[in-house]
Design a protein around this ligand. Structure first.
Ligand code: MSP
Length: 533
C-alpha cells in the first residue's frame, strides 16, 4: 500500500470553547481531506485537543474543577462542533491519552539518553496564553525595560527564572536554514516562507526549554528522568503528529502515514511549527526527507479591525452563527463552511460579520446555486416527467459546447487551486460553471422550446443542465458535503459514490432514470420560495 495523504490541524487548547478561528483551520483541513478522498486517494486527517499546561491548569482552577475533569468536559465542546460541521477526521487525539503520553516520554528518554538535553536555569519571559518562552534578545529588550508585551498576543509577559531541561536550537540553525532554502514549498504561503527565512537569518535563541518545574506547573506529562519536572506543553503537543501515526510503536503504519503532507496552522503558531518542530524531529534523528512536506499558515479572522479575544469580548461562536443567524437554513453548517472558505483567500486575514455571511448566502448560494438546481429540477418535472431526458438527435450542438467544455475542464481548474490550498479560487471555478449554466438557461429558454414543441432540443438543453449540475455536485462535496448530497439525491443518484474521475464522463446520468424528490436548498426567510422564479 502506498503512502496516505496525511493532514493535521493544530491541537486546540481546551481552556475555553471553540470559536470561528478554530473552526476555520479544521474546516480547511476537512475540505482538503475530502478533496483528496474524492480523487480516490487514501487520506488520514488528524485533529484533537491540547490538554496540558499552565493555562489549562489555571482555567480548571478558576472553574473549581480538577484539570482532568475540566478537560474531559471541555473536549466535548470541540467534538460536538466538529460533528455539527461534518468534519471527517480519521482520528482525534487528546494529549492526555496514554497512547500519546507514552510516546512523549519515549522521545524525552531518547533525547536524554543521546545526551541531547542538558539541565540549566532559564531566565526570561513567559506568555501563559501562548504558553511560549521569549528571551530578552528575541524581544529586542534593553535590560532596564519594564514588563514587555508578548510579540504574538500583545499581552503582558511574566518574568520567570526556572531550572529545566533544554534542547539546543542554535546548534541546528545552519541545518534548518539549509533545509528551508532547499525546500521552497515547505512553508506556505510565500509571505510565511519569507517570514521564516528572515527569522533564520537572525541568531535563534540558544536553547528551547522543554520542561516546566513541577512545583510551578503540575498539569503536564511527567519527565521520566526528572521527578521535579513535567513536559513543556508545546514539546508535548507537537509530538502528536508522530505519536498518532505510530512512531516507534507501529513501524509499518508510521511509514504509510509519515511524513505529514500538510500541517495546517494559523500564522500565530508558525515559529513553533517551522522552527521548533523540525529541530525536534532532527534531534530525534529524522532525515531531511522525513520532515513535514508542507506547513501552511493561514491568516486571522478579525471582528471589524480587531482581533478576536476573550478580553475584548468579541469571540464568535460558530454554533451560534449556525443555529441562530442561519436559523431555518436546512444546510446551515454548509453555508458557514462555504462562507469561511470563499470569503477570504486562504493565507490572508479576513473580516467576519453577520452581514457578510448573509450576503454570500443570498447572492452565491440562493440566487446562483439554489436557483440553478431548483429551476432545472422543476423544468425536468414539468417537461420530462421527472426523468433524465433522452438527448435529442442533434446530440451536443455546437452552441452547447462551451458549457460542456467548462464543466469538463473544472477538475483541472479545481486541482490547480487545491494544490495551492486556494479554497476560494476553487470555489470561484465551481461557481463560474454555476453561473455559466444559469446564463445558459436564460439564453436557451427551455420554456420557449416547450411552447414551440421543439421537444428534442428541449430535452438536450435540460440534459446538458443536469450534467452540469452533476459535475457541480461532485466538485462541491469537499466544501459543502451536505448540499452536495442533497443535489445528488435530487439527481436521483441516491447513495452511489461521488468520484472526481466521473467529472470527465459526459453524459454521466442515465437517460430515463427518475429524479429524486426536490426541496429548496437555501430558503429565504423573507419570501416563501424565490428560487424557482
Ligand atoms: N495548542 C496550540 C497548538 C498546538 S499544535 C501542536 C494552540 N492552540 S489554540 O487553541 O490557541 O489554537 C490555535 C489555532 O487556532 C491557530 O493556529 C489557528 O489555527 C486557530 N485560530 C485561533 N484564533 C484564530 C483567529 N482569530 N483566526 C483564525 N484562526 C485562528 O495554539
Amino acid at each position: 500500500m502506498g503512502k496516505a495523504f496525511y493532514i493535521t490541524t493544530p491541537l486546540y487548547y481546551v481552556n475555553a470553547a471553540p470559536h470561528i478561528g478554530h473552526s476555520y483551520t479544521t474546516i480547511a483541513a476537512d475540505c482538503l481531506a475530502r478533496y483528496h478522498r474524492l480523487k480516490g486517494e487514501e487520506v488520514f486527517l488528524l485533529t484533537g485537543t491540547d490538554e496540558h499546561g499552565q493555562k489549562i491548569e489555571q482555567a480548571a482552577a478558576d472553574a473549581e474543577e480538577t484539570p482532568q475533569h475540566f478537560v474531559d468536559r471541555m473536549v466535548e465542546r470541540f467534538t460536538a462542533l466538529w460533528q455539527l460541521l461534518a468534519i471527517s477526521y480519521d482520528d482525534f487525539i487528546r494529549t492526555t491519552e496514554a497512547r500519546h503520553v507514552q510516546i512523549v516520554q519515549a522521545c524525552l528518554r531518547r533525547l536524554h539518553d543521546d545526551h541531547q538535553l542538558f539541565h540549566t536555569t532559564y531566565q526570561g519571559w513567559y506568555c501563559t496564553p501562548c504558553e511560549t518562552f521569549w528571551t530578552a534578545e528575541e524581544l529586542g529588550q534593553t535590560p532596564a525595560a519594564s514588563t514587555p508585551a508578548c510579540p504574538s498576543c500583545q499581552r503582558p509577559l511574566e518574568a520567570v527564572t526556572e531550572d529545566g531541561w533544554y534542547l539546543p536550537l542554535r546548534a541546528s540553525q545552519a541545518w534548518l536554514q539549509g533545509f528551508v532554502r532547499s525546500h521552497p514549498r515547505v512553508v506556505q504561503p510565500q509571505t510565511r516562507f519569507n517570514e521564516v527565512a528572515s527569522l533564520l537569518e537572525q541568531p535563534l535563541p540558544e536553547y528551547l526549554c522543554i520542561t516546566r518545574p513541577r512545583q510551578r506547573v503540575g498539569w503536564g506529562i511527567p519527565v521520566p528522568f526528572s521527578q521535579q519536572h513535567v513536559t513543556y506543553v508545546w514539546f508535548d503537543a507537537l509530538l502528536n503528529y508522530i505519536s498518532v501515526p505510530g512512531y516507534s510503536r507501529e513501524p509499518e503504519r508510521f511509514q504509510r502515514l509519515w511524513p505529514a503532507d500538510v500541517h495546517l496552522i494559523g500564522k500565530d503558531i508558525l515559529r513553533h511549527h517551522a522552527v521548533y518542530w523540525p529541530i525536534i524531529l532532527h534531534a530525534l534523528g529524522f532525515a531531511d526527507d522525513e520532515m513535514p512536506r508542507t506547513i501552511f499558515a493561514h491568516g486571522w479572522w478579525k471582528i471589524g479591525e480587531q482581533k478576536m479575544s476573550k478580553s475584548r469580548g468579541n469571540i464568535v461562536d460558530p454554533t451560534v452563527v449556525i443555529q441562530e443567524l442561519l436559523e431555518g437554513q436546512p444546510y446551515a453548517a454548509d453555508v458557514y463552511r462555504y462562507f469561511v472558505l470563499r470569503e477570504v483567500p486562504f493565507g490572508q486575514d479576513g473580516g467576519f460579520s453577520d452581514e457578510a455571511i448573509m450576503t454570500r448566502l443570498h447572492a452565491d448560494l440562493a440566487n446562483d446555486l439554489g436557483n440553478l438546481v431548483h429551476r432545472t429540477g422543476s423544468m425536468m418535472d414539468r417537461y420530462c416527467q421527472g426523468r433524465v431526458p433522452m438527448p435529442g438527435p442533434v446530440g451536443c450542438a455546437v452552441e452547447d459546447e462551451a458549457l460542456r467544455q467548462e464543466a469538463l475542464g473544472l477538475p483541472k481548474r479545481l486541482e490547480a487551486s487545491m494544490d495551492l490550498l486556494n479554497f476560494s479560487g476553487a470555489l470561484e471555478a465551481i461557481f463560474q460553471l454555476v453561473n455559466h449554466a444559469n446564463r445558459y438557461i436564460e439564453t436557451r429558454a427551455p420554456w420557449q422550446l416547450a411552447q414551440a414543441s421543439q421537444t428534442a432540443r428541449l430535452h438536450t438543453v435540460l440534459g446538458m443542465l443536469a450534467e452540469a449540475i452533476r459535475i457541480v455536485a461532485i466538485t462541491i462535496e469537499p466544501f459543502m458535503p451536505q448540499v452536495s448530497s442533497a443535489i445528488w439525491h435530487q439527481l436521483g443518484l441516491g447513495s452511489s459514490p461521488k468520484r472526481l474521475v466521473d467529472c470527465s464522463r459526459w453524459p454521466g446520468l442515465i437517460a430515463g432514470q427518475s429524479m429524486g424528490a426536490r426541496a429548496v436548498l437555501f430558503p429565504r426567510k423573507d419570501r416563501k420560495d424565490v428560487e424557482g422564479s
